[in-house]
Design a protein around this ligand. Structure first.
Ligand SMILES: Cc1cc2nc3c(=O)[nH]c(=O)nc-3n(C[C@H](O)[C@H](O)[C@H](O)COP(=O)(O)OP(=O)(O)OC[C@H]3O[C@@H](n4cnc5c(N)ncnc54)[C@H](O)[C@@H]3O)c2cc1C
Length: 511
């Protein structure tokens, strides 16, 4: 039996890719070495465009139980400095504070609905690739076996076996001796100001929630995340004492004493777990030399790792998966225009490079030393200017990403704005099928009519072609289709979709 796509790894990014392939009519086979879903939580939520992406697939609704649209966040942090997003007219930064475990559970349910097969306890142990396919070696509960597949995707995390076996380099740096400690812990009620949620610590002063609070000796974070009952306490120290063995609350408390110079008598978490108790030493910033090698592709942490500061990992990895899904499905189904699959790397590598840049800058801003104290003072001044807040918010959300789609219009290559369509449907509801859409703002000859124009935008636009991943493949500002705009629309359809869809040229008045 030949399988179309084997995905190694049922983490969030492998599961998201399985969903996207399913939407596009391709059944993915997902191999996961763990026999059961992990109980180890990593991310505490989603940060950035991916929240809107989830809305455009109906996944936001599944996680929140609300219909959306997601509202932008009133504030966030960059390098431990507060970002007042309320000063922005068009705030692009969305947050969804949902534990990664819950996100993975939801994605797995959705992938299975979309006919993905998920084999737990099945580890990829090797592969060989030829011109037409890949032979994958698997170790399963009943012993070793092989699978023939057209494509293999490594979504197997930062230590990716697929990446290593493909001989793809993973250059970058392993940093410093930083020790970070994080645990769920109950803080004495008398230390918490119920009005603001801030901590009032005797002998130290006040510390707002959710902020990376830097002192000359380290960083302290108090995060009373909604829905979990028990807050997270976290410290980061730049060198020194690392007692052997797993983290204990006593070790975390001693670390807090060193960082703040004051004691917090927190106690063990109550309520249902799983509870966090994690110590990490050092960190890696690495980017795969290639995201694709013949019929083998990498998504998520398999392609890039970086500091978790600012929470950019899932924004990057889940959008890798959404960028790759429709392209890979088109290829498998024989519909892909020449070079479509190559655009996965040419589009996503710059996105990864920007996350690496941003997370390095943020790590520097919470580092030790009086120079950093000076740098933070300067950044604080700069963040008093809403234009700078806007640029940082664009960077953190990924809203500044623009793919090269070869069309001049200012919206071309960008994430399509949220729109209301003529029949009362939001654009985010129209796109849940993962298909491309042609949208008409004139109510005229182009395609789906829209009523609301472009909210918050002064950019003239009369029609746009939306790719399945929510990015604008083509846009125009001519009031009625003319020969030139029809020709450029046809070119965009051929470039991103497939030549056979030009039979649908009628929708573009493309006679
Ligand atoms: C401490 C910490 C905090 C973080 N906080 C945030 C945050 O707040 N926000 C955010 O967006 N991101 C955060 N991240 C990053 C985020 O957790 C990762 O980016 C994300 O888990 C990557 O998903 P993935 O699917 O690429 O890989 P993983 O989640 O690592 O999943 C890979 C899967 O592949 C499986 N596997 C491995 N090898 C094989 C094999 N040979 N065969 C079959 N299966 C295999 C593994 O068992 C695993 O299930 C954090 C990360 C850490 C470590």
């Amino acid at each position: 039996m030949i399988t179309d796509v084997v995905i190694a790894g049922a983490g969030p990014n492998g599961l998201m890719l399985a969903c996207e392939l399913g939407l596009a009519g391709v059944r993915a086979l997902v191999l996961e070495r763990l026999p059961e879903r992990t109980r180890e939580n990593r991310a505490n939520g989603l940060v950035g465009q991916v929240v809107r992406m989830f809305d455009r697939r109906g996944l936001y609704e599944r996680l929140t139980g609300t219909q959306g649209p997601p509202e932008p966040a009133p504030g966030f942090v960059f390098g431990g400095l507060p970002l007042d997003l309320g000063v922005l007219n068009d705030n692009p930064l969305h947050l969804l504070p949902v534990p990664q475990l819950r996100i993975e559970q939801m994605l797995e349910e959705r992938a299975v609905e979309l006919h993905a097969e998920i084999r737990r306890g099945h580890e990829l142990t090797g592969f060989t690739q030829g011109a037409d396919g890949v032979t994958v070696q698997v170790s399963g509960p009943a012993g070793p076996y092989t699978i023939e597949t057209r494509y293999l995707v490594g979504a197997d995390g930062g230590h990716s076996v697929v990446r290593k076996l493909a001989g793809i380099a993973f250059p970058g740096v392993t940093t410093d001796l930083t020790i970070s400690r994080t645990a769920h812990a109950v803080v004495p009620a008398e230390l918490v100001d119920p009005a603001t949620g801030r901590l009032d610590i005797p002998g130290y002063g006040t510390i707002p929630p959710f902020l990376h609070h830097r002192t000359e000796r380290g960083v302290f974070v108090y995060a009373p995340l909604p829905g979990t009952g028990t807050p997270l306490i976290s410290t980061m120290e730049w060198s020194g004492q690392d007692p052997e063995g797993p983290l204990t609350l006593a070790e975390l408390r001693a670390s807090v004493r060193r960082v703040l110079g004051a004691d917090i008598a927190f106690g063990p978490p109550d309520g249902q777990g799983p509870h966090m108790m994690r110590k990490l030493t050092g960190g890696n910033t690495r980017l795969a030399g290639r995201f694709m090698d013949g019929r083998v592709l990498l998504v998520g942490d398999a392609a890039h790792v970086h500091s978790a500061i600012g929470g950019p990992g899932l924004n990057l990895g889940l959008q890798d998966a959404v960028n790759l899904g429709w392209k890979l499905a088109a290829d498998v189904r024989g519909l892909a225009p020449d070079g479509l699959l190559d655009t996965y790397e040419s589009e996503r590598r710059p996105a990864a490079e920007r996350v690496v840049m941003s997370s390095r800058a943020q790590s520097a801003l919470i580092g030790p030393g009086s120079e950093v104290t000076g740098l933070r003072a300067l950044f604080t001044e700069l963040l008093g200017d809403p234009r700078n807040v806007g640029r940082i918010a664009d960077l953190m959300s990924g809203a500044d990403l623009r793919y090269d789609v070869g069309v001049d219009h200012p919206l071309a290559g960008r994430w399509a704005p949220d729109l209301d369509l003529a029949d009362g449907v939001r654009l985010a509801e129209l796109t849940r099928d993962g298909r491309p859409h042609l949208i008409d703002f004139t109510g005229g000859d182009w395609g789906h009519p829209a009523t609301a124009g472009l909210p918050g935008s002064t950019t003239p636009c009369t029609a746009l072609l939306l790719r399945p991943d929510g990015y604008v493949a083509w846009a125009t500002d001519v009031p009625e289709p003319d020969a030139e705009s029809r020709a450029s629309l046809r070119a965009a359809i051929r470039r991103w979709l497939d030549a056979s869809r030009c039979a649908a040229e009628g929708c573009a008045g493309g006679r």
